[in-house]
Each structure stands twice: as structure tokens, then as C-alpha cells.
Design a protein around this ligand. Sequence first.
Ligand SMILES: [Zn+2]
Length: 757
Amino acid sequence: MNDLNLRKVALRYQAMYLPVEKAEIPTIYEPTVPLMAFTARLKENGYCLSEELLHALSTVSIQTLAEITSIINEALGVNLNWAPLVKGWDTPTGETRMDHLITFLANLFGGEAAGIKGTKLPCGHFIPEGTFPLERYNGCPYCGTPFMTANFVYHGQGSKLKELRLFTLEDMKQVFHSLLASPTPLDATQLDSLELLLDEFEVPEDVEITMKETVMVVIQKGKVRGENGEVELGLRFLKTPTDILRYFWYEKTGLVKIIEPKYLIERERKNNTHPWIPMDESEEAAEQKRNELKLKYNRLECRMAATWLNAVAMTAQQAAENMNPKRGMWVRMIHALRLGEYSRRKGFEHLAEILDVFYKQNYETWMGKLDRAQRANDKATTLKMLCERPGLFARCLFATMLRFGKDDTLKAFETVLDKLPARLILSLGNNAELYFDPSCPRTAHPITGGTVTIEPNPLLTLYSDDELEGMAKAVKDLYAMAMRQRFAQQFTEHKTIYIDPQLYDIPVSVGDRTSTIQDTACALQGTRFPVEGDSVRLFMQWGKDLPAQHLDMDLSCRIALQGDIVEECAYYCLVAPGAKHSGDIQHIPDRVGAAEYIELSLPELEQAGARYVTFTCNAYTNGNLSPNLMVGWMNSAYPMTISNETGVAYDPSCVQHIVRISEANLANGLVFGVLDVAAKEIYWLEMPFTGHTLRDLNGNVVEALLKRLKEKLSVGQLLDLKREAQGLTLVKNPKEADEAYTYEWALNPANVGTLLY
Ligand SMILES: [Zn+2]
């Protein structure tokens, strides 16, 4: 067993894994010198230890203590270069566009050789006297190449310590089980944790996996482990032909959604388009993707596909209908996987039957019938058919309400409520208000990257505002009713409940996908963080482990003032009302990466009349965001230092939230937080966008998302429903409660998920 993987995962739940038995932890704790040194290091990084963990640590070796320290250092990037381009960057350098222009001309005319006074820098650029104040820079102010790196960070300026708990092997197995069985899709952090744990544990026999992506990851890990793992796990978890197609396509593209090749090629083209034509690589990238997506399978893979499809527990008619929506892809797959050949062999009779029905197309699809009924305006048949497929009914509920009226539609829908997963009903409630508001454009994240605005349904104009409000309210009531019913049906002997007040700030996740990885805590999208002091410091570090090269990433923010006025703080505008940028780095030094910061001053923002500040990062270099990029923000009740010698301004103990951009990220820009200036709160959220600068980011899009986040049901509200339905009494102390829902409990989103079964 590799303890390193278990420790990495535990840290995300604000815990530390130790291979100890709870019963064997000594009750008396002997402070040893190494353990005292270890706790001091942790404190510098913003952590303290629970009593239980402290006692358990007194039994472990010095090597283990060192290993834990290095995991935390790694997660917080303590050993990287945190020097930005400008020293003491809280005092602006006063550089202007004119400085850039004069330097450009001086270099054009030959610099020193032309008799101009100035300095030649290691990057080859000549900086004329009287332009940039060179003593203020760690590198070339003209091309953004750093010449100096720093090997230190600040420590211990944070005002809040995070308490680490103890996780034993049992706790880790429970995390593993909860991830596998999660009724909501796993986000990037959870998926990464699942993969780390799949390396350590066998998939338990009794677990039921409902999420498609989880199934994909589990089977793929089975393949890596070798032997018959892949085939066996596939037989166990792939239940329809679509599941099988999904697995093969996932293997090729890493995507769970079955997206046709033409869209994938188009996305590649878009991500590699550059506004400056000589740097545009879109055609080459599209061609490369096209080659990548060509289907080619070996004997083993063909046999595996044939075995799986042959074992599908559906009639040939049902299977063929299931294959119908992706007919074109199936035709190519059947050929590439030589399924025709297998269908003639003994033992593959079911496969032969399926292919026969599929090719002869002698089946009328259910979707075809539904479509016919809808077009004929046949209300009774449409609703009756939709009741046969509750999941589909849920997805088109709003449109059906607009088409066939609220009352009849909801009456039909109520009859299938108990067949739907609770998370789906919840997401309906979350979305209803937005859908039925004709003035409110909705946002979606299509696979080709970025965020698009969806126009409201044209049928909305047929109804009055009151009628629409009535529709939204009816859907909301529906899910409150459904949840109460569900909770009331669960038997409990418990009498009292504790609900942590912080849980009212955490929205229930119903599958909002995030693509960043959070190594130090798992926060859910929409979680609000209070701002304690007068400043918030954004940071970005990138290029770790990469050789020196041109790799231009930009940290920026957008300040929404009163009315439509928006100010930006970015590489092209280093000073804005209430915001200061640490300078634009375009080339990274060898292996240790580079950093950019933005300091936000709340009093100055207030004075300027700022309402929101949106935090963004994006790639100026072609392609997707660098995988080795970390972004986040710091906050402390105490002042946070900025070095005058190096400009280093990072202190891990002040980090409030930090995320790592995973390779799964598709778009080349990301909104990672919004500061509500008046409320002194930061929302963590994740919204991709394309385009090479911040200017493309539409303010309305951000507002629409914030509105949606605010309207979401919080974990606290969900527990309130449970409390009411089960007649539990609220108590103030978690230790006195039969059921205690603490903040730590909610750190595992899979725990919250169990309320939604
Ligand atoms: Zn230069």
C-alpha cells in the first residue's frame, strides 16, 4: 500500500492519514523534539492538529513526519519561485506605454551601437535611459523574462488556522466507497482522489455505481491493473450498448459525453487560433486531432467489445433502439471492432441478433413516436409516453409545461416523482426560476469551450409574468414536497440534530462540473468565503517542472463599478481603482515556475464605488491552460508583507482557497472567483471562457451565474427539510446531537450526496 496516495487524498478532507488503530492511540501524549518542530512547521503553513491526531502522531517515525510536511509543502507550492516581475510591487513602477514604444524604437535602431544611452539585458533587449526604472525589476520589463528567482515564501501571517483531523485506513476505505457510490457526478478533485484510491483498493463487491464517468474510470483502472480486470468490470458495470460505446470513446478522448468527431476537431481548431496570423496553428491542430480520432483496435479490444455487447441484458429491439441516436458512430465502430466477424461465431448469438435488427432498421424508435405525438399536439399521448421515461420527462419538464399547460403536465409528472433521483428534482427546483424568467438569459458550457448565452424559450411570451412566476413556484414546491416525502419515509430513532451555521453558505451540488483540482480542501462551487482584513491578494504560479520557455499566462481581474462601467487590472493596465498588478511575466525560468499577483484593497474599492470584482486567469500562449498552473487568493486579518528585494508576496498560511488546473480543462480561460465588495464575501466558482483577453468576458454572463448560485438550495436548507419531515429537534452543540452535521462532514461532497439518494 502506498501511504503517499492516501495522505494526498486525506489532505483534501482536511485530514491526515496514519496507519494506526484508533483503539491503540495513547491517551497521554509525550511531546518529542521532532514532533514539536513538525507542529511548528505546520503552524507556519496555516494548520493545527486535532487532539486525536496529535496523540496518534506521537507514535510515528520521523520519516513519516517529514513525508507529511513535504505533502503539505507540495500542495501549497512552498518550494516554488514566488518572485513576480516587479520588486515591492505595491508601489507602482509608473511604467507607461511610451516606455514600451521608446524601447521598441531604440531596439529597432540598434540600441547602444546607435549611440543611445542605456542598458543591455541578458535577454538581448536594450533598455534606454529614462524609460523603465530597471532597479525595480527582477527581469526584463520589455519582454517579461525574469532573470532572478526567489527561494522563500512568507510564513505565519494568517489569522486562521485550519485544523487537521485523523483518518485511519477505515476512514480512507469509507471515502473510497462514498466516491464510488456517489449519486452526483464527481468533480475533478473527487475524480482525481478516486483514481489515487483505485491504485490502493479493490472495488468492493457490494458497491453499486450509478455515475457514468465513475464507471469509466473504474474500468480503465481495471485495464491498467491487467489480467481480466477490464473485461470483468465491464461485464459488471456496462449495462447498455451506449455504455459500451461511451467506454471506447472515453478511452480515445477522455470525455464521458459521447461527442462526435467533427465537434472535437472544431474545438481543437478554435483553441489554437491566434489573432496574430503567423502564430496561428489552428489548421495543424485540427489535422492532428483528426488523425488521433481514427478508429483502430487490436484483437483483444475487438473480442472485449463483442463479449460485452453479446452480454447486454436487453432484447435485440431494445438494444438497437438504444444504439439509434449515435447510429453513424456505431456503423464505424462495428466495422473497426470487427463485430460482424464475431457475430458469426458460436456463443455470440445475441450479438448477431442485435446487429441484424440494427442494420435492417425494422424498429420504430420510441423517440420517433414521441416526436410524432408532440407535433400532432396530442397532449394525452405525449404525457403518457413521457411518464414511461421519467428521466427524459424531467429534462423536458419546463418546455412541456409551456406547451401543454402547467396543471396537466405537473399532475402527470407527480406520478413519476418517486422514480427520479432526488438530485434531479433538486436541480429542477434550482433552475426553474431562471428558466421561467423571460428577461434572463441562461448560460451553458458547450463542449467546444467557453460559455454561451441561451436565449429564453419563445413560448414564454405567450404567458403573463404572474403565470410564469406561478410555474416557477409550482416546480419549487414540487421538490420541497418530494424531499419531505423522502425524508419522512426514512425510518429514524434519532431525536435531535445539529446543523452547522456555515452549511447555509454551501450550495448542494447537483453536478456542476468543475475542472480544477483542489489539493488542500474540497469546496463546492458557490461556497462563500468571508473576507477578514482590508485586502485580498490574488496569486497565480505556473510553469513548475517545465524548462525555461515562452509561456505567457495572465492573471487579471475585472472591477464592476456603478452602472455599466467596468475597470480592468491586467498586464496592459497594472493599476486600477483598488487594484495593483505585479507585472506581466511572459517567459518562465527553468523548473521553478513564475508568479503574478494582484492586490485588492477593499477600502479603495468601496471608495471607487466598486460592486463586484471578478478574478480571472487565461493563457496568452496558444492552446489550453498549462496543467501546472495554480491560482487562488489570500486573506488575513493581519497585514500581508510584500518583499522590497524580490517582490515575493506569498504566504501559505494566508491562503483561503487554491486550485490547480487539471489537464481536463478544455477552455483556455477561467473565472475562479467573484468578490462581492459590499458584503465582504468571495464566491468560489468556476466558469470557463475563450478569447485571448479579459475584455471578451461579458459582465452579464457573470451576473447570471451569481444569481443562479444565490438561488441554489444550501446544504443547511436541505437539512432543515429533513429536520421538519422527521420531527427532529435542533440543538446548539454537535456533541449533544443524535445526528451532527458539521462543516467537516460537508467537506466530503459524497457525504452530502447521501442525503439525495
Ligand atoms: Zn527582454
